[in-house]
Design a protein around this ligand. Structure first.
Ligand code: TTP
Length: 515
């Protein structure tokens, strides 16, 4: 949204030297990848440039159209040693493969079809007992299914001895896609769906949720194979029915008239979207917003502004609870709160200039900010009206990686919606603008933290008993009381700004560029 940067994105993981040549690389990516000495993983073209039609196997889906191309990439990955001395050219792929088959176990020849496996890596794999693709797939299923690809990459490097990270990445991707393909044809989707986790990305208007999802979740090795992204259905709000009504626009033009209608439609589109995205294969589903931000933030705001009257809020609440309770897919396993000041969000909103939002004031954003804060951040207020959020239980803290230890909170309290009691929330500081094209490290740090949070939540889910037996060890236990019309409110004072500053999770992010 704001600050959307032209999508040369998949190259962003390339080292700076390469990234200075992005346009050229994008145009000739596949050709370059077929040349010896190039690094195919880094030069992989973005998804929209990949070839789709040539075959349906994993090799074909990897972006270079055919198994031959995939083989070329594998060849290429150990390209230096394959060059004909002095000539700077490669031998035909088959020559090399035929020769190498003589050197290693016959059954392992199929491993050479994996991009990233040339004679040297083949030998290393065989030496470690991986005689064929089947063993690698088994390894993936046993140890890495549902985890970040990075884990298998690390394993291939540290335990098998594959030196180049891009080789390990290529092998991982190939094996992962092969297994995913196989699972599609079996009844295992159910299994993987059970294991699948859903996180919702929250934050004020214009904070950067869409950018976060596109640039961080979609384009980093830590996350891209792991997550399926479900963007907010704004397009549906802008184009309703055969007459193409724009209900977002109608709401902002006449909020009193359309607040209820709009919030109702927002909810309906989320339900439809949840259904549409529910059969995905990837272990992590990242959704932009949730029915809970609708309720905890926007419905509260429009009610406070008297744009929704008592009757309307009562009607909303009368169906909200029962519908949410009957649709477990709407309830996330975790929240990721992108946090920035209302001023920053306002500036970003001005830059992006979404036509419907011309009348959205800084004050309105301040109100939304407060509501996000009281919902997703720890609060130290006392007495009535205090939203309860706790630090993670002491015994769980140890399993939180240091990077995110201070930024994970549990939502809980007597009047928190029962469906999201104890759901953890990761708070990420998004106050500073990041140039995602330049600050690759910042981008990867975001991705790493999300991946770590994902691992943490996954572990927690696998061992829920440990948590419940220790839930009394949570700290900061407080109660949030309902306000008129059973709206959730928080009147408690929040943690002091100095404490929140400790949420500055990327100190290294000093090189942010301003807008
Ligand atoms: P956001 O959901 O905040 O989406 P965004 O595109 O602003 O996010 P970002 O820039 O961070 O990627 O809001 C979309 C628009 O819809 C915005 O004008 C606020 C409005 N809206 C409501 O009025 N009520 C709601 O319940 C929701 C979810 C959005």
């Amino acid at each position: 949204m704001h600050r959307l940067i032209p999508r040369a994105a998949s190259f962003l993981d390339a080292p700076p030297l390469l990234s200075t040549h992005l346009p050229a690389l994008r145009l000739v990516g596949p050709l370059l990848a077929a040349r010896p000495g190039r690094n195919p993983s880094r030069l992989r073209p973005p998804p929209w440039l990949r070839c789709g039609g040539a075959g349906s196997g994993p090799g074909a889906r990897r972006g270079f159209c055919s198994l031959d191309a995939a083989k070329r990439r594998g060849d290429d990955t150990e390209g230096e040693e394959q060059r004909i001395a002095g000539g700077g050219e490669s031998r035909p792929v088959l020559d090399r493969r035929q020769r190498s088959r003589g050197d290693v176990a016959m059954g392992s020849g199929e491993l050479l079809a994996i991009p990233g496996v040339g004679p040297r890596n083949l030998k290393k794999l065989v030496d470690k007992g991986f005689d064929g693709v089947a063993q690698l797939k088994q390894l993936y299923r046993d140890k890495f299914f549902g985890k970040s690809s990075e884990k298998m990459v690390e394993f291939l490097q540290s335990s098998i001895g594959i030196i180049h990270k891009n080789h390990a990445e290529s092998i991982t991707l190939f094996i992962k896609e092969s297994v995913d393909e196989e699972l599609k044809g079996t009844d295992t989707p159910k299994v993987s769906n059970n294991k699948r986790l859903t996180f919702c990305v929250e934050g004020n208007i214009s904070v950067g949720k869409t950018t976060f999802l596109q640039r961080i979740a979609n384009e980093t090795i830590e996350l891209r194979d792991l997550v399926e992204i479900v963007p907010e259905p704004i397009a549906k709000w802008q184009d309703v029915g055969p007459d193409h009504f724009n209900i977002l626009d109608a709401f902002y033009a006449e909020p009193q008239r359309y607040a209820y209608t709009f919030q109702n439609y927002v909810f309906v589109t989320r339900v439809m979207q949840e259904k549409e995205s529910s059969s995905g294969m990837k272990p992590l589903r990242l959704m932009e917003r949730s029915v809970f931000s609708d309720r905890m933030v926007f419905v509260r705001a429009v009610h406070e502004a008297n744009w929704m009257n008592e009757m309307e809020i009562s009607i909303y609440d009368s169906w909200f609870d029962p519908v949410v309770s009957s649709l477990p897919g709407l309830i996330p396993d975790g929240f990721i709160y992108l946090r920035a000041s209302p001023d920053t969000c306002h500036k970003r909103m001005m830059v992006r200039k979404r036509s419907e939002e011309g009348g959205v004031t800084l004050d309105y954003l301040r109100g939304l900010h407060e509501k996000h804060e009281s919902w997703l951040l720890p609060s130290k207020g006392q007495g009535s009206g205090v939203l309860s959020i706790s630090q993670v239980p002491v015994h769980m803290e140890g399993s939180l990686p240091p990077d995110i230890r201070d930024r994970v909170f549990y939502l809980e309290g007597d009047h928190m919606h029962s469906s999201i009691q104890k759901v953890p929330a990761l708070v990420l500081n998004c106050e500073h603008d990041i140039d995602f094209n330049k600050d690759i490290e910042a981008k990867r740090q975001y991705a790493r933290q999300v991946a770590e949070f994902f691992e943490f939540v996954k572990k927690k889910k696998e061992d829920p008993s440990a948590e419940s037996s220790n839930s009394d060890k949570s700290t900061n236990k407080q109660i949030m009381l309902p306000h008129r019309g059973s709206l959730w409110v928080s009147e408690g004072s929040h943690l002091p700004e100095s404490a929140l500053n400790s949420l500055n999770f990327i100190r290294a992010m000093s090189s942010f560029l301003s807008a």
